[in-house]
Design a protein around this ligand. Structure first.
Ligand SMILES: NC(=O)c1ccc[n+]([C@@H]2O[C@H](COP(=O)([O-])OP(=O)(O)OC[C@H]3O[C@@H](n4cnc5c(N)ncnc54)[C@H](O)[C@@H]3O)[C@@H](O)[C@H]2O)c1
Length: 352
């Protein structure tokens, strides 16, 4: 089955989703419509030219109200409010809400109540979605009858959660402490600018390229939503000046002392087995740019593993904050789209 999706916000994430769909031979989704306050010409340009990912591997043009991506016409709307976007006119079933402006479940729900879509996936750690679903950890708890607006949490949460899941399942895990270093985001500033950023902490208006900027973002709590068995967690979060490629580190206490070799073997087995595609493993010495375009939530770096004789463990993974996360958004769009109840208007009757 092919799920018809709509994307609200064709920024870093929306464009990554579009590139992934366009380059996959059998993506399982079709982009039926997009919405962005930018003009269709600008949206086409933004897809064709990307300072980080390079030129679009195909063709993109604007034609009237359509973006034409590799001969596939995508309707482009330009509404500022979700309640104005007529998704149903284009047959959209699942909306990926990727503006960053409508992270609250109530606002995102307008895509369903007013726009006629049937499910929404919010591309961020949303305020009050019906469910947080981290692929590879708790996505099987998705219930189509209860969950209309879902969120995969954030890119950092996904990277931490897959490493935590392996440790938890194999060795037990508690007293967890995490650090995320997140690559530059489009809401950050090139120069110090203390007005105009919606974030309260004035440090978040400081020049992106000059500093490692601490950010009081509660990333760890959402790891616990996906893996409640983990118990109490602590977290640190920093914005770093890399254009792409982020770092997740996690330390904790296992139920019994383990060696670094045991931990690395567990990660390699999970990457080749149950978490294939979600967790990747690279034995080569890696740096953050090496994760660029990796579709996994986390590229595990075995050289970062450290253990102590009393059961302490520390692990490290890289993640492409846009590409990996956009792949998870598509995983969720397929998950919810494949389990849509058939509406009465779409039931076809056959007469014996
Ligand atoms: N970039 C990342 O690494 C990353 C990773 C994970 C999650 N996220 C989350 O995804 C969301 C989007 O992030 P991004 O980096 O793509 O941001 P972005 O600023 O690059 O893109 C936002 C897009 O939304 C459009 N937009 C803004 N207001 C709009 C409105 N009212 N209606 C329609 N379109 C509107 C903008 O024109 C822009 O194209 C944010 O919530 C962010 O936290 C980003």
């Amino acid at each position: 089955m092919t799920v018809a999706i709509g994307i609200n916000g064709l920024g870093r994430i929306g464009r990554s989703v579009t590139r992934i769909v366009a380059s996959a031979s059998n993506p399982g989704v079709q982009i039926a419509a997009v919405n962005d306050v930018a003009s269709t010409d600008k949206l086409a340009y933004g897809l064709r030219r990307d300072s980080v990912r390079g030129a679009f591997p195909g063709t993109v043009t604007a034609s009237g109200d359509y973006l034409v991506v590799n001969d596939h016409a995508i309707r482009a709307f330009h509404h500022e409010r979700p309640e104005r976007i007529p998704w149903a006119d284009e047959g959209v079933d699942v909306v990926i809400e990727a503006t960053g402006r409508f992270r609250a479940g109530a606002a995102a729900r307008f895509h369903i109540t007013h726009g006629g879509a049937r499910k929404v996936v919010i591309s961020a750690s949303a305020d009050d979605p019906d469910a947080f679903l981290v692929v590879g950890a708790n996505h099987k708890s998705y219930d189509p009858a209860l969950h209309d607006v879902v969120s995969p949490a954030s890119c950092g949460v996904n990277a931490l959660t897959v490493m935590a899941k392996v440790l938890l399942d194999r060795f037990g895990l508690r007293s967890v402490n995490t650090s995320v270093m997140l690559a530059a985001q489009s809401w950050q500033r090139v120069q110090d600018s203390l007005v105009g950023t919606s974030r309260e902490d004035p440090r978040l208006g400081r020049a992106t390229g000059e500093s490692i900027i601490p950010h009081n973002y509660v990333v760890g709590d959402l790891v616990r939503v996906a893996l409640p068995e983990i118990g109490e967690m602590r977290y640190s979060y920093y914005c770093v000046p890399t254009p792409i490629g982020s770092l997740a580190e996690l330390s904790g206490q296992t139920d019994r002392p383990v060696t670094a070799d045991e931990v690395n073997r567990a990660m390699a087995e999970a990457a080749a087995g149950p978490l294939r595609g979600i967790l990747a493993y690279d034995p080569d010495p890696t740096v953050s740019i090496d994760v660029k375009n990796n579709p996994a939530s986390c590229l595990f770096d075995p050289s970062g593993t450290q253990t102590t004789a009393d059961g302490g463990v520390k692990v490290r993974g890289w993640f492409d904050n846009e590409w990996g996360f956009s792949n998870r958004l598509l995983d969720l769009a397929r998950l919810v789209g494949d389990r849509l109840p058939v509406p009465s208007s779409r039931v076809t009757w056959s007469v014996a």
